[in-house]
Design a protein around this ligand. Structure first.
Ligand SMILES: Nc1ncnc2c1ncn2[C@@H]1O[C@H](COP(=O)(O)OP(=O)(O)OP(=O)(O)O)[C@@H](O)[C@H]1O
Length: 595
């Protein structure tokens, strides 16, 4: 789904930073709903004409009164005008609200799609809370600007021009006096608008800050409480909320000033017109009915001026929202092409997975995390990767799944460069268990079937048994259909890990990537996991970032990483005999004994 916002965001930075570009994006969204907007725009002036004609009808009643003529016709005309104008306004409002909702639905859908499909490096750079605020709060601002803002501005302008024409017909001299009102209002708007936009921008940024600060607390609630850091976090949050309040207040103040300026201008002009008009009536140069009609137009003028002010303010806010949403719309997406023709067909020469002189840094201006890494993983069985913390072990998995692209070298899966496979084809072959073993909000069944939604009930039961989750299923009140809670808080650490492994196994991957947790598991849990992984290694290739002695002992092949390089590789006994770092790792880090 490509939107105007995304198209605009993908253009040269010169244009994305410009008001022209923002306008283009805003009108692009409006154009997508042009049919209904047009109806809304047309209904607005029709209603306005109905309202504009009311003073004329009122004048007709007064004239009829003066002449002693029948009143019923002008009274009926006035009543019809009043009712029709109100009905049209209601219909217009409903259509506009509906169009606004449709536009905002489109924008939100587009943005969430882009966020979910964004590449891993792109999302790494944004705090989640801030992204959430953009998608919710900023799109709401866009909502009003792109519909009510545009329509109010147009309807206000038409109403103003209409009133001016009618007033000119009635008396040009009085019109000149009224022009003062229009001039003063525009002058006020010109001064106030940029300030209002800045205030909105600051408010929205502060709101993004609230989202980011809240996310920081909520993802680590237990750590925050255990560290007794609530008051510090609350202080930060309160500061951000206060910030949003201050800027919101300054916007409200500017808006009120705008309202007072336009209100005073209309009232002031009313008094001046009354005085000047009174003199003209006294001199016999103006009819009383013409003066009354003129004054009614003047009062009427407050409406279009109000519409115009609100409309321009809303457009201004929406333009700001467009500018803030643009970076989200420009988030680089993971390409989902199917790669070069010909899928995978069994094992390639030299091992199922092969790293060939792979060099990688998370950012171009940072140190290399992997530096010329070369090793091959034999088909079937377990290969363990060990090394000191930060030596680049988990990064190997991230590259193998193409979350990131190496700057140099290549990675082969079954003899084919993974870049030629396309991400979806590649990931179909892989199962991945993260170090944190995340459990998603939902039932145990949802969690187990997450990576293989089409797995059969029999397969599900098999995997549950293999990973010894059957005991847990029996214990849970609703078995597999028990809600395991937000972020899996209803499960123990060991259970979470087994759920994560079961989820990956159910996918029946050719290559299972397992990032072992460093936490010490009890002997039973560890044995269960080891057996489940050993069984998996019988029919697929298991690569495990190992933190336990039992894991390296049962591995066919061990790769020792040190500061982004492969330092040694081989079997456990050989490495124990030959490699100092490995020996040290075994005695210091891989200390969890075999159960
Ligand atoms: N998303 C990221 N952005 C930037 N740097 C990262 C990112 N992920 C990891 N790093 C850095 O890359 C280096 C290697 O990290 P990696 O997670 O691969 O190490 P590891 O060997 O798996 O460590 P551990 O055993 O502690 O899990 C570390 O210095 C880490 O700070």
């Amino acid at each position: 789904m490509v939107t105007h916002l995304a198209r605009w965001a993908s253009r040269a930075p010169r244009e994305t930073g410009s008001e022209r570009g923002e306008w283009r994006a805003l009108l692009g969204y409006a154009a997508a709903e042009r049919r209904w907007l047009l109806v809304g725009i047309l209904l607005g002036p029709v209603g306005t004409l109905g309202a504009l004609a009311q003073p004329v009808a009122a004048k007709a009643i007064i004239d009829a009164l003066e002449r002693g003529a029948s009143l019923w016709r002008p009274v009926v005309v006035l009543t019809v005008l009043v009712v029709a104008a109100a009905a049209l306004r209601g219909l217009d409002l409903w259509l506009l609200e509906r169009t606004a909702e449709r536009i905002v639905r489109r924008v939100r859908l587009d943005l969430v799609t882009r966020l979910v499909r964004a590449s891993v490096p792109a999302t790494d750079r944004h705090p989640v809370g801030e992204l959430t605020t953009r998608v919710t709060a900023d799109t709401t601002l866009l909502r009003s600007g792109v519909t009510h803002g545009l329509v109010d501005t147009l309807v206000g302008a038409i109403g103003m021009v209409g009133a001016v024409v009618f007033m000119a017909v009635l008396d040009v001299r009085l019109l000149l006096v009224a022009a003062f009102v229009v001039g003063a209002t525009f002058l006020g708007l010109v001064v106030l608008l940029p300030r209002m936009r800045r205030a909105t921008e600051h408010t929205q940024r502060a709101l993004g800050g609230v989202g980011a600060a809240l996310e920081r607390v909520l993802v680590a609630t237990r750590t925050v409480k255990a560290s007794q850091a609530e008051h510090r976090e609350l202080a930060t949050l309160a500061e951000r909320v206060e910030d949003a309040y201050r800027h919101g207040l300054s916007f409200a103040w500017l808006r009120s000033v705008g309202g007072v300026v336009t209100g005073l201008a209309v009232q002031g002009a009313f008094l001046v017109v009354l005085a000047v008009g009174g003199v003209l009536v006294a001199r016999g140069e103006l009819e009383v009915s013409a003066l009354i009609a003129f004054l009614l137009y003047l009062f009427y003028l407050a409406g279009p001026i109000g519409s115009l002010t609100t409309g321009v303010t809303q457009i201004n806010q929406a333009l700001g929202a467009v500018a803030r949403l643009a970076p989200l719309a420009a988030l680089p997406q993971e390409e989902t092409s199917h790669g070069l023709p010909g899928g995978l067909d069994g094992t390639g020469a030299g091992g199922v997975v092969e790293f060939d002189r792979v060099t990688f840094a998370y950012r171009a201006d940072r140190d290399r995390v992997l530096d010329g890494v070369t090793f091959a993983v034999p088909a079937r069985g377990q290969t363990a990767v060990v090394g000191p913390s930060g030596s680049g072990k988990s990064t190997l998995f991230a590259l193998l799944q193409r979350f990131y692209e190496p700057q140099d070298g290549r990675i082969l899966l079954a003899g084919r460069d993974i870049r030629d496979l396309g991400r979806s084809e590649l990931r179909r072959w892989l199962g991945y268990v993260e170090q944190d073993s995340p459990v998603l909000d939902g039932t145990l069944r949802d969690n187990l079937l997450y990576a293989a939604p089409d797995a059969s009930e029999a397969d599900l039961r098999d995997v549950v048994r293999e990973t010894r989750l059957d005991e847990l299923v029996e214990r849970l009140p609703r078995g597999l259909d028990t809600d395991v809670g937000t972020r899996g808080t209803a499960l123990s650490g060991g259970e979470r890990q087994r759920v994560a492994i079961a989820r990956a196994l159910l996918r029946r991957p050719e290559v299972l990537l397992l990032d072992e947790v460093t936490a010490h598991l009890d002997a039973l849990n560890e044995k269960t996991l080891r057996e489940a992984v050993a069984r998996a290694a019988g029919h697929c290739t298991v690569i495990v970032v190992a933190h336990r002695l039992s894991t390296v002992r049962s591995a066919r092949h061990i790769v020792v990483m040190e500061r982004g390089r492969v330092r040694a590789q081989g079997a456990h006994a050989d490495l124990m005999a030959e490699d100092l770092l490995y020996r040290r790792l075994v005695t210091t880090q891989l200390t969890v004994p075999s159960a």
